[in-house]
Design a protein around this ligand. Structure first.
Ligand code: CAO
Length: 443
């Protein structure tokens, strides 16, 4: 007999009104027991709500951004097995007040056959956790980590939104084994790495003057772990160049009124995205990734451009999809919307996936050049600094003259395993040429 089950938010400890940040299934999806259905997040923790039994999702009752508490209905599920209560499925000791301990299945109540389940009146042991950072992993991955004796809070997730996957736990164990077999220091910057470095300086900073200790945000920790991995595992080379954007800037300004009437700014960044696509088409190895074996280059025939956005919580890189099919006005509108969503913390995990090349612009802030870190598994990233007017010798060597030109500094970091130095220089030369010739950048 098919039973319609209400899947509810399980016991999530002291947290109330947590936000739904991700729907991982849709109506009609067939799900397995323990498969994650939705992710909720408080200001301190995130948690996936798993399916209590196998079945088919009948109706989702919530949307991203909704606030839910223990007992809120999140979806209806058709199943052949009757839904089960918390008390029926797990010993009480497995149910933790810790919001991240996912051993407790969601409270479910079948609409037709079983009355609503009342949360069990059991003594709930609180697990010791770092109050500032809670890992983001499915119940099965947590179980796997427990079996290996791994503290999941120490594992960096490579999955969407930093979610910890089984392979992350395996890699953590491998790194720990490699590190323990080599004599090494207690360098927190090299945690888990097979490097033999001198000990990290242990300094009591307060001895030298007043200090304040501020915890890193969750986003900063996740981004930091990924940046660290990319920095140490990709052989970076950064090629510097500059583009004459005098005419491009004049063109941009002459069209700004029209875009502002439509409610958005026609930014330089939109032209940069467009110009990058033009050059990526001519230099496909920059729009590529190494495959899993590291022995093949996957050249992508689509152009999804990631743009680094600085938010109060840290750096995020939303992706402009199919940038090759969009004009500068559309790109500018979308960039404005993406930046707004990023700063309001409203980006969805999918908005940050599938990038093929990234741009990091610090031009609105200042600086002459920098060395951006590649956003793996991409193989190149363009850094852009503040444009300046300076005298440039134009015309022939003897008969030319200095003219004031608006010059834009470019810093292209690329993966030297995939891209040679000559190709890097050709890329920035081509980009400078496209940016200085407005007709080419609009092609
Ligand atoms: N040279 C000179 N001026 C520039 C410029 C450049 N290269 N780029 C932007 N500007 C100007 C803009 O025209 C704007 O001027 P007005 O206010 O007079 O119109 C001003 O600087 C502010 O621009 P902005 O930064 O708000 O907008 P943007 O489109 O240039 O950039 C965004 C948007 C989201 C990329 C940016 O806000 C941001 O977050 N940048 C930081 C990215 C970052 O942290 N990267 C580091 C990663 S480490 O690898």
């Amino acid at each position: 007999m098919i039973t319609v089950n209400e899947v509810r938010v399980p016991n999530i400890g002291d947290f109330k009104e947590v936000e739904i940040i991700e729907l991982m299934v849709k109506a009609g999806d067939r799900v397995l027991p323990e498969q994650s259905l939705i992710t909720v997040e408080s200001d301190k923790a995130s948690m996936e709500i798993p399916a209590p039994v196998a079945g088919v999702v009948r109706e989702i009752k919530v949307k991203v951004g909704d606030k839910v508490s223990e007992g809120s209905i999140v979806l209806l599920m058709d199943s052949e097995s009757p839904a089960v209560s918390v008390a029926d499925t797990k010993p009480a000791s497995n149910i933790s007040k810790n919001v991240l301990d996912q051993t407790a299945p969601p409270v479910t109540s079948p609409v037709a056959t079983i009355p609503a389940v009342v949360p069990p009146a059991v003594a709930i042991p609180a697990a010791p956790v770092d109050p500032l950072f809670k890992a983001h992993a499915s119940p099965s991955v947590r179980q796997f980590a427990r079996e290996l004796g791994v503290d999941i809070a120490r594992v960096s997730g490579a999955g969407p939104k930093g979610r910890i996957q089984r392979t992350d736990v395996q890699n953590f164990v491998k790194s720990a084994l490699a590190a323990s077999s080599a004599p090494r220091s207690s360098n927190p910057g090299a945690a888990g790495l097979p490097f033999n470095l001198p000990a990290w300086p242990q300094v009591d900073f307060a001895k030298f003057g007043p200090v304040e200790t501020v915890p890193l945000t969750r986003l900063r920790k996740l981004a930091g772990a990924n940046l660290h991995r990319n920095w140490i595992s990709i052989p970076h080379v950064t090629q510097f160049d500059e583009a004459d954007i005098t005419e491009l800037e004049a063109f941009r300004k002459s069209n700004s009124v029209e875009s502002e009437m439509q409610g958005f700014k026609l930014t330089l960044l939109a032209f940069l995205v467009r110009a990058c696509v033009t050059v990526l088409r001519e230099h496909p190895q920059f729009n590529a990734s190494l495959d899993k074996t590291g022995e093949n280059i996957v050249i992508k025939k689509h152009y999804h451009i990631g743009v680094a956005v600085d938010t109060p919580d840290g750096l995020v890189v939303p992706v402009i999809r199919d940038a090759d099919r969009k004009g500068v006005f559309d790109l500018a509108r979308e960039l404005a919307e993406m930046s707004r969503l990023a700063r309001d913390r409203k980006l969805k995990p999918g908005d940050m996936q599938g990038g093929t090349f990234s741009i990091s612009s610090l031009g609105g802030i200042g600086g002459m050049s920098f060395t951006p870190i590649i956003n793996a598994p991409e193989v190149a990233i363009l850094g852009v600094s503040r444009s300046v007017i300076r005298p440039v010798w134009t015309g022939k060597a003897e008969t030319g003259q200095f003219q004031p030109r608006l010059m834009l500094p470019l810093s292209l970091s690329y993966d030297h395993r995939v891209i040679d130095g000559a190709a890097g220089a050709r890329f920035t030369t081509a980009l400078a040429s496209v940016l200085s010739d407005i007709r080419r950048s609009l092609l």
